[in-house]
Design a protein around this ligand. Structure first.
Ligand SMILES: NC(=O)C1=CN([C@@H]2O[C@H](COP(=O)(O)OP(=O)(O)OC[C@H]3O[C@@H](n4cnc5c(N)ncnc54)[C@H](O)[C@@H]3O)[C@@H](O)[C@H]2O)C=CC1
Ligand SMILES: O=C(O)C(=O)CO
Length: 386
């Protein structure tokens, strides 16, 4: 028997049945759907991660589209059920979609949406926060104060690293990696070394121009270098932030061997996906190198941490909150809803998923387009001319 799942219903007489597997921030996304004749059903089950069986129950016999979460396993079983229920669209409320089997979705004719752009700066800001928290030992120092251990200023108390003039390494210089790099370069006058499969031309131009600006002001200019391998970044950088997608090329990109070539006092930040780092190897490395520090937003087996990590003073850990600003989370909900709505309505695909601002303006109706569909090409969906 199917497991019952609690739901909240908006616009019960709407023609199209759209499900959201979680309550999402804001109300604009609900309004956009109900205004377009959708009945919106929001799962209110008090359970963080829904199982495939629970989502099957939600989909039922008739469902036009689903907005889902990165914690869910969207594969063959769910896409086959969604397609049988008449569903045409699924959107993750996330830019990353490693939890989605896109080939399975394509096989069943289901469009897969994601939410790029709206979370770029918010996520980069958290990566920058973790870089600072790790380099200046903020969490350790906070715990020390709260434990009543502060007896007065001391020359050696919580000495950390100065970022100015050091090298920031970025692995995966896409939207978020480039935004993070700019923050660290402009904010702290760090030099850049990056590794990506593609050249980050705009980022390079930014660093060149900023370097010239600093020089014309009599300051040391910042520099950039595109590394020919990830190892080059690991060897040379003082702070390394990981921003690639998770796929089979990036699984355990950081492992025992790659940790071994990093500087003993380096800082590693991960706001991409947990499995990019071999967490067991990382815990060992943290134990053996007390001056090596990490800032982690993501973990290999979320919501768990590998044994030993929680005891490491040289690790700052936060629960996958990199995109958690109110504006961003409301925007993610809007983009996810519009991906689903757009596909149901037969709208074309927005031509530039890096520029989604027109969808986010509360004061005007969004364009008649799907903001970002990752399998548009194999599904033969056309791009908008807007
Ligand atoms: N912690 C969090 O809350 C968040 C995590 N993310 C993660 O960040 C990822 C990146 O997001 P965006 O910057 O928007 O995506 P993006 O597609 O703009 O950037 C990803 C970059 O990784 C590069 N890349 C791919 N394979 C690589 C490899 N083997 N080695 C080096 N670089 C490689 C790509 O060429 C691309 O430039 C998402 O896929 C998601 O997993 C995104 C938002 C929030
Ligand atoms: O968008 C993503 O990929 C996240 O991890 C959450 O914002």
């Amino acid at each position: 028997m199917a497991t019952p799942v609690s739901i909240e219903v908006w616009n019960p007489n709407g023609k199209y049945r759209v499900i959201s597997t979680k309550p999402m921030p804001g109300t604009r996304w609900i309004r956009l759907l109900t205004d377009q004749n959708c009945r919106v059903e929001i799962c209110t089950q008090k359970k963080t991660i829904l199982s495939v069986e629970e989502i099957l129950t939600l989909i039922g016999d008739k469902c036009d589209g689903v907005i889902g979460q990165l914690t869910e396993d969207w594969g063959e079983v769910l896409f086959s059920a969604l397609s049988k229920a008449g569903g045409k669209a699924f959107s993750n409320m996330a830019v990353g979609y490693n939890n989605v089997d896109v080939n399975a979705a394509t096989k069943y004719g289901v469009a897969v949406g994601n939410t790029p752009g709206v979370l770029t700066e918010t996520t980069a800001e958290l990566a920058a926060s973790l870089s600072l928290a790790a380099s200046r030992r903020i969490v350790e120092a906070d715990e020390f104060m709260r434990a009543g251990l502060y007896d007065g200023w001391l020359p050696h108390l919580f000495v950390g690293n100065l970022l100015k003039g050091q090298t920031v390494g970025v692995i995966g210089a896409g939207r978020i990696g480039s935004a993070y790099a700019r923050m660290m370069i402009e904010g702290f006058k760090m030099n850049l070394i990056y590794f990506d499969l593609y050249q980050a031309t705009r980022l390079e131009k930014f660093v060149t121009a900023y370097g010239q600006f600093l020089k014309s002001n009599g300051e040391q200019p910042v520099t950039w270098k595109r590394a020919s391998s990830m190892q080059e970044v690991l060897r040379e950088a003082d702070v390394i932030s990981l921003h690639p997608i998770l796929d089979k090329t990036t699984y355990h990109l950081i492992n025992k061997d790659s940790l071994a070539i990093m500087k003993k006092e380096a800082i590693l930040v991960n706001c991409s996906r947990g499995p990019v780092v071999d967490e067991v190897a990382l815990v060992e490395h943290l134990k053996e190198n007390p001056m090596f520090r990490v800032g982690l937003d993501v973990f290999e087996d979320e919501p768990f941490m590998k044994p030993g990590l929680r005891d490491m003073k040289n690790a700052v850990v936060v629960p996958h909150i990199a995109s958690a600003s109110k504006w961003t989370r409301e925007g993610m909900a809007t983009l996810a809803a519009l991906n689903v709505l757009g596909k149901i309505k037969g709208y074309p695909i927005w031509s530039n998923p890096n520029q989604v601002e027109p969808f986010l303006d509360e004061n005007s109706p969004p364009p008649d387009a799907c903001p970002s569909i990752v399998n548009a090409k194999p599904l033969g969906l056309t791009a908008s001319k807007l």
